[in-house]
Ligand binder design. Sequence first.
Ligand SMILES: Cc1ncc(COP(=O)(O)O)c(C=O)c1O
Length: 457
Amino acid sequence: MLEEKDIPKQWYNLAADLPTPRQPPLAPDGSVLKPEMLERVFPANIIEQEVSTFRWINIPEEILEILTLWRPAPLRRALAMEKYLKTPARIYYKDESVSPAGSHKPNTAVAQAWYNKKFGIQRLTTETGAGQWGSALAFACNLIGLKCRVYMVRISFDQKPMRKTMMQAWGAECIASPSPHTRTGRKILKEMPHTPGSLGIAISEAVEDAVSDRSGKSRYSLGSVLNHLLLHQTIIGLEVKKQLKIAGEKQPDVVIGCAGGGSNFAGIAFPFVCDKIHGKKIEIIPVEPTACPTLTKGPFTYDFGDIAGLTPLLAMYTLGHNFIPEPIHAGGLRYHGLAPLVSQAAVEGLIKPRAFDQVKCFKSAMLWARTEGAIPAPETSHAIACAIDEAKKAKQEAKQKVILFCYSGHGLMDLAGYDKFLSGKLRAYSLPRHKIRDSLCALKKFPVAKKIKTGRW
Ligand SMILES: Cc1ncc(COP(=O)(O)O)c(C=O)c1O
């Protein structure tokens, strides 16, 4: 544990250290986006952070005060798991499940709600996949005094009904997406009445809702992907650095985070990506599902963040904004794109992504629950599966590696998935090549998508 006084007072911005400059976001006509074009969607103080290239950004005192409700978060050593695996590796995990909503998401929810309130905004809209982000924003809006409406991806709404109850307990409204409340939702319901929904659809609905509010007092808040959000999450890795020192470790050899939109991965990894840029030898691994293999099988190109094309075009790894992933239980990893900063780090070879199927991940989660005790979120189980693989590798190589991963959330609202796994009803699924090709076809017709090409595109 760190003492409260040792909580980092600044966020770290990887944009200041990336070897090649970021590709700028584009307007739909292909021109470079001007920050003021985002003003109907985000408040100016957040847009300023979004485009900032300052290395360090001060965390306002009032935000720090709220974060101390659960921060500093513990860094724990998985001694029982190490013993079970008979590995010489030392496995550390940063426990973000201790936040009121149960994951890393409140780190940015509190910051975003605070900046919006400061700018005079009265109401936020958002999307949520597994419900972790929606609960986090509901919690933050309640504390800070904002109204909140959450569009929750239909399949997760059905799989995890208690997440809705949590959001309502914090005074937010939670609606299944696609919904009849927006033009995008109505169009999709007409075309695909039985769709499980996707984060891409829910984002379109939430953005449309915010920008069509005539009072001008509503804005949209995103749960992952954008630079300001990744920035807010770096408090995770910055705390870890101080904690590893207390534990007598110089540095981790391997850093792991599961990746949906990329925020918890960035949170734990970016301070170490900085070390790697400056010469340290660290293996850094984002882990995604084989059902939604954005970093491992998608191209790096310009794409929209949502299905209706309401967001700017972002340079990122993507499976195409029309892509609707299989209804796997790690709802928070069902997103077609990966944060531009994480994508750029992958292009630069600073991080090396892996993909695992959900059966392997649930098996790892069970092993975790039966050794370490806690039941992880299905998203988190992807990082656990990778940590176990790395610990086994260290055993084969007889190396005393330090393995670090982000325990991004607890799974106590995800027990329906565990029930399916325990009754043998879950199947492994890898997205077949032809489905990736079909999904990317629409993108290939899109002129700006061709502007940046990599070998695989
Ligand atoms: C527990 C947990 N971990 C990880 C994620 C993935 O999100 P991100 O990639 O933004 O960290 C989510 C998303 O909902 C989540 O709920």
